[in-house]
Ligand binder design. Structure first.
Ligand SMILES: NC(=O)c1ccc[n+]([C@@H]2O[C@H](COP(=O)([O-])OP(=O)(O)OC[C@H]3O[C@@H](n4cnc5c(N)ncnc54)[C@H](OP(=O)(O)O)[C@@H]3O)[C@@H](O)[C@H]2O)c1
Length: 245
């Protein structure tokens, strides 16, 4: 088997995803840069290549079956297998002036859109990539989640967890729950799947508010993407260790 490991990062044209791609590239991975917009995809791939990294473009809208199927075909042609899948693409949906999403006035179409990207998108991409991941000796899947998806933290009045985000936060709880189901399905195999919280990172997503850089936010996903075979699976981590469900 070719020694160069192959990774796919969704939503890798900017923010945390771009830095995950950069970090994996710096570790010697050949990185598929997943992005839904052609121009943004090309710009990111060019930038990664200019930095000396082995990157290739993967047009990928995680909400579209056809796009995801085509992405799997492209990776099959380009690389023949996948060692790492990082499900990073995500949206928050519209928020109020305080960044909040009031559950009592939620627009169900907004909820559907956020679930479609943050949850169904992950399932859609993961299942499309599984035949390629199964060809790897040590497949790794990282789902970029958030501590706002932690029900324990959300329910603890002593924890400062930010505004009520009734559309976004539950999608990350849902994603965490799915992460556990996949881990159970692959128990006893070399496939390890975990959820990662990047912390509060200054990106487009947060209006560039937050104490952490995208590079810092990427670190936990990179660590989980490169776990040894005896590493954990079905768990939820940030830089400090395990995040409660
Ligand atoms: N920033 C934080 O503080 C923070 C905290 C916790 C968790 N997270 C999570 O970290 C991940 C990355 O967030 P970020 O802060 O880096 O945000 P970002 O800068 O807004 O990047 C989000 C990425 O996802 C892509 N994306 C959105 N919908 C997509 C779709 N349907 N198909 C393919 N790509 C899609 C975006 O592409 P376009 O450029 O085309 O829009 C972009 O590349 C998300 O899952 C987010 O929930 C972020």
């Amino acid at each position: 088997m070719n020694e160069t490991k192959i990774a796919l990062v969704t939503g890798a044209n900017k923010g945390i995803g771009y830095e995950i791609a950069t970090g994996l590239g710096a570790l010697g991975y050949r990185v598929g840069v997943g992005a839904r917009d052609e121009a943004r995809l090309e710009a990111a791939v060019e930038k990664l290549r200019a930095a000396g990294l082995d990157a290739f473009g993967v047009p990928l809208d995680v909400t579209a079956d056809q796009s995801v199927t085509a992405a799997a075909e492209l990776i099959d042609q380009q690389a023949g297998r996948l060692d790492v899948l990082v499900n990073n693409a995500g949206v928050s949906g519209p928020t109020g002036p305080d960044w909040g999403q009031d559950p009592t006035t939620l627009d169900l179409d907004v909820v559907r859109t956020v679930v479609d990207t943050n949850v169904f998108g992950v399932i859609r991409v993961t299942n499309a990539m599984l035949p390629l991941l199964r060809r790897s000796a040590s497949p790794r899947i990282v789902n970029v989640s958030s501590s706002v998806g932690s029900l324990s933290l959300q329910a603890d009045p002593n924890v400062e967890i930010g505004p009520v985000m009734a559309a976004y936060a539950p999608t990350k709880s849902y994603l965490n729950a799915f992460t556990v189901q996949y881990a159970r399905q692959f128990a006893g195999t070399n496939l390890l799947i975990n959820a990662a919280c990047p912390g509060l990172v200054a990106t487009d997503f947060t209006g560039f508010f937050g104490p952490r850089t995208p590079e810092q936010g990427a670190a936990v996903a990179i660590r989980l993407a490169t776990l040894p075979d005896d590493g954990p699976t079905g768990s939820f981590f940030n830089d400090d260790g395990v995040v409660p469900w």
